[in-house]
Design a protein. Structure first.
Length: 103
């Protein structure tokens, strides 16, 4: 869903997908799913994103599903951390928050 929406966003908006998967697995998934507008990154090596943003689940070595919207001044403008791994974030709410920032 975010890949489709990312194509419609202003050019100065970047959508990142960060996971604990290995880079080759991320690349394979993005290729097979046709994801080309979202930048997919791996936090596998040192979990710096997970630790820095408080979303690392140490016991499972996974990241909690979450959405962070950070503006051009590096201010976090929106956060959603999903309490259950099997649930997805509220994409519509996040996109609405993003549209308020980008106009």
């Amino acid at each position: 869903m975010f890949n489709t929406e990312a194509a419609r966003l202003p050019a100065d908006v970047t959508v990142l997908n960060i996971s604990m998967d290995l880079p080759f697995a991320i690349s394979r998934f993005c290729t097979s799913a046709g994801i080309d507008k979202v930048k997919a990154l791996s936090d596998h090596r040192d979990a710096s994103f997970g630790n820095g943003y408080g979303v690392l689940i140490r016991e499972l070595r996974l990241l909690a599903r979450s959405i962070f919207i950070i503006d051009k001044d590096d201010v976090i403008r929106y956060i959603e951390i999903v309490p259950e791994l099997s649930n997805e974030p509220d994409y519509e709410k996040a996109l609405g928050a993003l549209k308020k920032i980008t106009g």
